[in-house]
Design a protein around this ligand. Structure first.
Ligand code: NAP
Length: 323
């Protein structure tokens, strides 16, 4: 099969051995589309190695068709159109994945759009509702609101009745977030978000992919009993924590990574998406937000686009191109 290899720092679409399997509990997929995620850029730069035992090929999510099922898999059959959450290996013609990490394509959604769903909706669901334990009506601050994860989280907040405030890097991004359901927002290039978020009412939960550079300001706008869920380190890994503020306001800091979780835990997140989000995708209440697509042979251009912070929503790679 063909897959993306990193040769002398460049992405090349070259011949690879087919992944072995499927073993018990696994399925083989013919990939139609692969999603691009910020983590792929980090892995490529050497800052985010795959978990032990996971192949080196980039790619955390795909859509495609089931071609083989391993022993013990009764939920999926050859020919099924699906999307999958992977620990790696998605930039390829074929993947083998635990069946618990696979969902049917939602009704009325094509394979192209389905590739934009698994990683960002699983991340948003996990951190808002499972790690973050949002209670009815609680208020959410989403940093990088126009990112793939941000556009998914904004729509989940709107749908499930949580007012949300976004920080973004441009007025165009802010306009999209407001259209997706954010109540208000702030352009991060205009300084600190603290006054704007306080004027809005503060946050009971912050979904934060920035880390170090935002910790102090996050603590200032996090309400009593608030949770700060850290999902990334785009603004550095080191910062000073105000333990006094943390103690007096009963703030909680939660670190969270999806990729290294075991298949059973990923399966529990996908079960929740199937129950609560898939019907809303079918009805059109929630939609995958796709910014641009490239043929997989031009993955380099897709990465360059994302690394410039240009995307609003998802960037996808066409592998077989099946719609
Ligand atoms: N822990 C997990 O399990 C998990 C899972 C998935 C994703 N993530 C993390 O979630 C984040 C979003 O992922 P994605 O794939 O959706 O990303 P994406 O679509 O590439 O969006 C990332 C956006 O973050 C903003 N940004 C970049 N550098 C920043 C900085 N230094 N400070 C503040 N904002 C900055 C930029 O938007 P603006 O210019 O609009 O600010 C950029 O477009 C990434 O950090 C990723 O690693 C974590």
């Amino acid at each position: 099969m063909h897959a993306i290899a990193i040769e002398h720092g460049c992405l090349r679409w070259t011949e690879h051995p087919r992944p072995p399997g499927p073993a018990a509990g696994e399925v083989r997929l013919q990939v139609a589309w692969a999603g691009v995620n910020r983590a792929d850029l980090m892995q490529r730069a050497g800052h985010y190695p795959p978990p032990p035992g996971v192949c080196e090929i980039l790619g955390l999510e795909v859509s495609g068709t089931v071609t083989e099922v391993g022993p013990g898999v009764d939920s999926l059959n050859p020919g099924d159109k699906v999307c999958a959450l992977l620990a790696g290996g998605g930039y390829a013609e074929e993947v083998v994945v635990d069946a618990r990490q696979v969902l049917p394509v939602p009704e009325g959604i094509g394979l192209r759009e389905a590739a934009a769903l698994p990683e960002v909706f699983a991340t948003a669901w996990l951190n808002l509702f499972m790690e973050g334990q949002l209670a009815p009506g609680e208020r959410v601050l989403l940093h990088a609101g126009a990112s793939g994860v941000g556009t998914a989280a904004t729509q989940l907040c709107r749908t499930f009745g949580h007012p949300c405030f976004v920080t973004v890097g441009s007025e165009a991004k802010l306009a999209t977030c407001l259209e997706l359901g954010a109540e208000d927002g702030f352009n991060r290039h205009e300084g600190s978000f603290v006054a704007a978020v306080k004027a809005w009412g503060g946050a009971d939960l912050i979904l934060d992919p920035v880390g170090g550079a935002y910790l102090a300001d996050n603590q200032r706008v996090l309400n009593a009993d608030g949770r700060l869920v850290l999902i990334g380190l785009m603004g550095g890994r080191l910062a000073e924590l105000d333990l006094g503020r943390m103690l007096m306001k009963r703030q909680r800091l939660i670190g969270s990574t999806l990729r290294a979780k075991p298949a059973a835990a990923k399966g529990a997140i996908l079960d929740a998406l199937l129950a609560h989000v898939w019907p809303r995708l079918a009805s059109g209440e929630i939609r995958p937000l796709i910014d641009r697509t490239w043929p997989i042979g031009e993955a380099e251009a897709a990465h360059a686009y994302m690394s410039k912070d240009a995307n609003i929503g998802k960037v996808l790679l066409s592998v077989s191109g099946e719609g």
